[in-house]
Unconditional design. Structure first.
Lengths: 169, 58
């Protein structure tokens, strides 16, 4: 048999590949919907204020964000699961990633987007950082903005999930 | 709409979608606006259609 002749791709393999493409494209649509929701939270005068303050209080209780521990690590869609992308999109869209970096004092990091990536990694992997901040903000919003409060509470439970659910092996 | 969502999610998981991500949407569904809920239902329904069409292309 001619070794240089391309072997035809079995139909089953083509369908699996198409299936993955379809799934990824619809996950992207849901992520776009979620970014819109996170953007609303960012623009919500009370939610944004309470969330930033809660992150400030939470991150501030650590001497450093432990940035050095995350040196060289970045967060991007390539290494995240669909649930991980939801958490990451929330941190980036609401600006918490960059905010956490600012509070940690590491403004020397090159660009906000890169810094936000580290901050996001720290918030996603850091011990008890984002979940308490979300619960604190949710508590402040209860009674006045129930749905946003409930959403932040739900998110706080999600970020307490085992971290292996956010990052691809 | 909650029951409709549940049915769509079950079908999608059977078709190979990510269970954790879809469970998250199920949990926050009631906190979304009507517009957001309808948009989510639309996305999920279209995905089922696409995946089923892909299957029947065997």
């Amino acid at each position: 048999m001619d070794a240089h002749r391309e072997q035809p791709v079995p139909q089953e393999q083509k369908n699996v590949s198409q299936k993955e493409t379809i799934i990824q494209s619809f996950q992207e649509k849901r992520l776009a919907l979620w970014r819109g929701i996170a953007e609303k939270i960012k623009k919500h005068p009370d939610a944004s204020k309470f969330l930033s303050a809660a992150v400030n209080a939470t991150v501030g209780s650590y001497a450093k964000l432990g940035i050095e521990a995350y040196a060289g690590k970045t967060v991007d869609n390539q290494n995240l699961t669909p649930l991980g992308r939801i958490v990451h999109a929330f941190i980036i869209t609401t600006g918490l990633g960059a905010y956490a970096l600012g509070v940690s004092g590491r403004l020397d990091l090159a660009a906000i987007s890169y810094g936000a990536s580290w901050g996001a990694y720290g918030l996603m992997y850091g011990p008890d950082l984002l979940a308490p901040a979300l619960r604190t903000a949710a508590g402040k919003l209860e009674g006045k903005h129930e749905k946003t409060a409930h959403l932040l509470t739900t998110l706080s439970k999600v970020v307490e999930s085992p971290k292996r659910l956010f990052f691809k092996p | 709409m909650q029951q409709e969502l549940k049915n769509l999610i079950e079908k999608l998981i059977d078709l190979g979608e990510d269970k954790e991500e879809l469970s998250f949407w199920q949990t926050i569904f009631d906190d979304l606006t009507i517009t957001e809920q309808k948009e989510l239902i639309k996305i999920l329904s279209e995905e089922i259609q696409s995946l089923q069409n892909n299957k029947t292309g065997d």
